[in-house]
Design a protein around this ligand. Sequence first.
Ligand SMILES: NC(=O)c1ccc[n+]([C@@H]2O[C@H](COP(=O)([O-])OP(=O)(O)OC[C@H]3O[C@@H](n4cnc5c(N)ncnc54)[C@H](OP(=O)(O)O)[C@@H]3O)[C@@H](O)[C@H]2O)c1
Length: 329
Amino acid sequence: MQQLRLASRPQGELRNEHFALVETPAPRRDSAALLLRPRYISVDPYMRTRMRAEGYDYIERWDAGSVLSGWSLAEVEHSRHPAWQRGDWAIGHLPMQTLVAHDGTALRCQPPGDPPLAFMHPLGMTGFTAWLGMCVLGKPGPTDTVLVSAAAGAVGSIAAQLARNAGARVIVTAGRADKRDWLRSLDFATVLDHRREDFAERLAEAAPQGITLNFESVGGGVFAAANDVMRTGGRVVVCGLISQYQQADPRRAPPNMALLGERGVAVIPFVAPHFSQRYADFLAETTPRVTHGELHWRLDVVQGGLAALPEALIGLLAGANLGKRIVAL
Ligand SMILES: NC(=O)c1ccc[n+]([C@@H]2O[C@H](COP(=O)([O-])OP(=O)(O)OC[C@H]3O[C@@H](n4cnc5c(N)ncnc54)[C@H](OP(=O)(O)O)[C@@H]3O)[C@@H](O)[C@H]2O)c1
């Protein structure tokens, strides 16, 4: 079977040569309670940070030779587990390989049939992150003006809709014309380009009274521009800083952070794994919204199996995706 590993630790831009697709013996049919065949694997910005020497403190770091892993949707090929049958769908974090032996722990089971793709996005980790950042931490309401950057991406697109559903005025940004067109087609009235040199001026024009909640996903100049227009008593939910992930010092704050202190702004950085006990609440609240079509969601499916994953991740880190990027196996 095939397995995708980190070949070497990237310094700077991630490239194909940092990955190794290797042939290894397949697990035996009876080597675990479940034998799973992954069909879709999520491609996420945090994967780049897992490849850094400092890594994260809540998830295993990837070193040269590590088998990569990701949020996956897999078909049960063989089951000796009383709660699972062949053809069921398994959802959870899995190693990036064509067959996975598993004991079923921390996996969600869905019945056989069409792949339950909503679990790869609005009901998966990206939807959960958007819900945590907006509904649990940012808590926008009708008096808020909310900025959501990278809003044509996975987390941003859901976060922006949640803020709008809560009655807020929402300013969204995206770095490509077709992404902005998609956001307009979802009836977002104020759609800006965060990659323009004059983004800060455009944002100030779009929010003459300032913003009260910044859902930050980009970092760098985009974060600094949001700080400049932040109103007294506002909030910043720091979801991510993607523009910095391939740089030498990826966790630095913008130079105008002191403004937030002067203005009494609450800064709320978060990572979804620290809130895993809220996943059931999230599913209970979000499943009806997805079932009734109240949340728009879009997948960016890259074909080509594990061999396509390196380019899919390299592309994601450069903004190639529209919607939630996943790889089909
Ligand atoms: N806190 C958490 O637990 C958590 C969990 C998941 C994700 N996140 C964070 O949420 C953010 C969005 O993640 P996602 O999974 O939803 O990804 P995504 O938004 O679907 O894809 C990443 C997008 O970032 C945008 N981007 C903006 N500036 C960029 C730059 N300088 N270089 C590269 N891309 C840039 C690109 O869109 P444009 O073309 O519009 O620029 C790109 O499509 C990331 O910061 C990620 O780290 C945080």
